[in-house]
Design a protein around this ligand. Structure first.
Ligand SMILES: Nc1ncnc2c1ncn2[C@@H]1O[C@H](COP(=O)(O)OP(=O)(O)OP(=O)(O)O)[C@@H](O)[C@H]1O
Ligand SMILES: [Mg+2]
Length: 464
């Protein structure tokens, strides 16, 4: 199947367009050259006719005049429909011979008929197309003769017509054959490009570790493959650096945090500490715990980016996995006063890392509950089509504004409704969900109406 906007389609279209133009030009040239040659041959034949008549008959006009002139001339323009006609007048304008053909005579008798100038040819179109030559001849010591010789162009017209027809049939046929061959060749030539593309597409899913296998074509394709591999290497270095940097940073922060926490705990446990100080120490400890969680999550996101946290994919059914997550989160729903329902009548097989998928789905379900008011509901729907397993999480929560919808997958972004409310969070959950989906070859999207709820839809390639 050729996509109209594909490179292949464009090249084939341009190629076929150029070929069509060249064929058209070539055919027009061939046709007119052929027609011109046929007409020239016809004129030469007419001139030879006139020369024969002049040399053989009119030269001896005096001798033939009284006897046999008509028969002699009839021999040159036989009245058997051979398509040759003749009319001869003497210097006084008297017709001394005219071919017997009725229509030829009728043509000459027409008042509108004007013969071409002497020495010139003229084409007469119509029911019986003719080429007419006007000539004059004076034999040595004889009177001047005026000759009108004509020959039918029917045969040459038919010949030109058949050449025209051949070209009209052959041109599209040649174009079709050339286009089909072009498509097949293009398919063959572009196959390594498609292979590179699909390889490049799978690089990054589950880490950058793999490299493209480069076709040894010795052309631009091979050098493109090398360039892509170098780019993947640079990307890998950057991600590894990012992870190392994040790891070091989190270690650097974690250690003093642990010390601060210990010291605050010790301070709070001192016997002479007042209730106010104890409560302040408690909230400081809460902040420290939050900060530690955030550091853990930033680190885990960095690991996810570099593919470090993913294990080899296995075939797994999403339906029981989601049912299990809902079951584990039941207490949370009950505390929040939100009901959760799962619609998953069929199995939904995908290839993936169960642990990461579980974390991503738990995050979506966690959000749905977190941003839904008491008495609200969350509905999870799983269905499978020929290409994907689609899971949607629909809540009747606070909703997300149109402007915020495009930002919620950005790291650390929280809507003002979320950040000003008591709902805690770092704005990292959806970024993680998106990364996990993409690393599984899938995607996530969201729709929402402020005040009435949101729907998050995850789509993952169905496992074969
Ligand atoms: N179901 C939802 N309904 C309304 N708003 C939502 C919903 N899910 C996400 N959001 C909005 O998108 C923002 C980003 O979500 P995300 O899960 O990334 O972060 P978070 O829940 O705030 O924190 P955490 O890092 O703990 O997950 C949230 O702060 C919230 O504003
Ligand atoms: Mg969240």
């Amino acid at each position: 199947m050729i996509k109209i906007r594909s490179l292949r389609a464009r090249i084939i279209l341009i190629n076929s367009g150029i070929l069509a133009a060249v064929l058209l030009l070539f055919s027009v040239m061939v046709y007119y050259r052929f027609k011109h040659h046929v007409e020239a041959a016809e004129q030469i034949e007419l001139e030879q006719d006139v020369r024969r008549v002049s040399g053989h008959v009119l030269e001896n006009y005096q001798a033939w005049q009284s006897h046999g002139l008509e028969e002699k001339l009839d021999a040159y323009t036989p009245p058997d429909g051979s398509g040759h006609y003749l009319s001869i007048k003497d210097s006084s304008g008297r017709i001394i011979y005219q071919s017997r053909d009725v229509r030829w005579r009728a043509l000459l008798a027409q008042p509108s008929f004007v013969p071409p100038s002497v020495g010139q040819f003229e084409s007469v179109r119509g029911e019986r197309p003719l080429t007419i030559l006007h000539a004059s001849y004076r034999p040595p010591n004889g009177p001047q003769f005026d000759l009108l010789a004509a020959s039918s162009t029917r045969n040459s017209d038919a010949l030109s017509g058949s050449v025209f027809l051949t070209l009209v049939v052959l041109d599209p046929l040649m174009l079709l054959v050339a286009s089909v061959i072009g498509i097949l060749l293009m398919d063959h030539e572009l196959r390594p490009v498609m292979t590179l593309r699909s390889q490049a597409d799978s690089v990054g899913r589950g880490g950058l570790g793999s490299r493209l296998s480069i076709p040894e074509t010795g052309d631009e394709l091979e050098s493109l493959g090398h360039t892509l591999n170098e780019m993947i290497e640079r990307l890998e270095d950057a991600l590894a650096y990012n992870m190392k940097y994040t790891e070091e940073l989190s270690h650097e922060i974690r250690t003093p945090l642990a010390i601060i926490r210990m010291e605050i705990e010790e301070l709070a446990e001192l016997p002479d500490v007042s209730g106010v100080v104890q409560s302040r120490a408690g909230s400081a400890l809460e902040e420290i715990a939050g900060l530690s969680t955030m550091i853990d999550r930033v680190l885990s996101l960095a690991r996810l980016d570099s593919g470090g946290d993913l294990v080899p994919f296995v075939r797994l059914d999403l339906s029981p996995l989601v049912a299990e997550i809902i079951e584990q989160m039941r207490l949370l729903y009950e505390v929040q006063g939100v009901t959760v329902r799962l619609n998953a009548s069929e199995s939904a097989w995908v290839m993936g890392d169960g642990m990461q998928l579980k974390r991503a789905i738990a995050n979506l379900l966690g959000n749905a509950v977190k941003y839904t008011l008491r008495g609200g509901s969350v509905e999870v729907d799983i269905h499978t089509n020929s290409r994907a397993v689609v899971m949607s999480v629909r809540d009747t929560g606070i909703g997300i504004s149109e402007a915020d919808l495009s930002k919620i997958f950005i790291r650390f972004f929280r809507t003002s409704a979320a950040s000003t409310s008591a709902r805690s969070g770092f704005g990292l959950g959806l970024a993680m969900v998106k990364t996990v989906c993409e690393q599984h070859g899938g995607s996530i999207s969201a729709t929402s109406t402020m005040g009435s709820g949101s729907t998050f839809t995850v789509s993952l390639p169905v496992a074969s």
